[in-house]
Design a binder for this molecule. Structure first.
Ligand code: DX5
Ligand code: ZN
Length: 217
């Protein structure tokens, strides 16, 4: 029921193919793919050609997190490259409803992400249309940052809202998650867990198995 989404932002790009195969063999469900444009967030990561080249290597669900301004401009390209889920930032879309509708027209699952300080009320009129909400637990832009503790309240509130409305929307949490805090993140109500450094730092298979053991508790 819980899904692990290792973020390739923390991978060794010279060995990306091998590392993705390890992630799949160890039993992760999603591959979290962080696309950064140097405008919405300070850094630039990678884009469509990388996604295209890794697509044939794995059956993992491609969970594409777009940290780019006006992502509506590129949705079709990401769909063609092999995305399964596309998540856009509410803060980066002038027309969030149209952007989400476009993702669904392309036959993909749609997620909306909120920065740490963006209120859950931003989702009031769109929640019913979503497959996933991605709550950022760090300010987006870099891997290896510290989990912001007020995220726990936000996860609990969102879980409450979804339960009240009887909606089965996934809650994904991203940033600063490790084996030390993942149990609390899940307990608060998240069911999709992103981890970059905590998966790709050191023994990838061992790290993933560690997360999966905690999920069983
Ligand atoms: C941050 C990215 C995250 C990042 C997480 O902007 O969206 O997905 O890769 O990395 P860790 O798990 O190292 O905080
Ligand atoms: Zn991410």
């Amino acid at each position: 029921m819980y899904k692990l989404a290792p973020s390739i932002l923390a991978a060794d790009f010279a060995n990306l193919g091998n590392q993705i195969k390890k992630v799949e063999a160890a039993g992760a469900e999603y591959l979290h793919i962080d696309v950064m444009d140097g405008a919405f967030v300070p850094s630039i990561s990678f884009g469509i050609p990388i996604i295209q080249s890794i697509r044939p290597l794995t059956k993992l669900v491609f969970d594409v997190h777009l940290m780019i301004e006006e992502p509506i401009r590129y949705l079709e390209d990401f769909a063609k490259a092999g995305a399964d889920i596309i998540t856009v930032h509410a803060e980066a879309c002038k027309h969030l409803n149209r952007t989400v509708a476009r993702i669904k027209e392309l036959g993909l699952k749609a997620g909306v992400s909120l920065n740490p300080s963006t209120s859950l009320s931003t989702l009031d009129y769109i929640l019913e249309d979503l497959d996933m909400v991605l709550l950022m637990s760090v300010n987006p832009g870099f891997g290896g940052q510290k989990f912001l503790p007020f995220t726990f309240d936000k996860i609990r509130s969102l879980r409450g809202i979804l339960d009240n409305k009887n909606l089965s929307v996934d809650i994904e949490v991203d940033g600063g998650i490790s084996s030390n805090n993942v149990a609390a993140v899940v307990k608060a109500g998240a069911n999709v867990i992103v981890a970059g450094t905590a998966v790709f730092g050191g023994d990838i298979e061992g790290n993933i198995k560690g997360f999966k053991e905690i999920f069983k508790l």
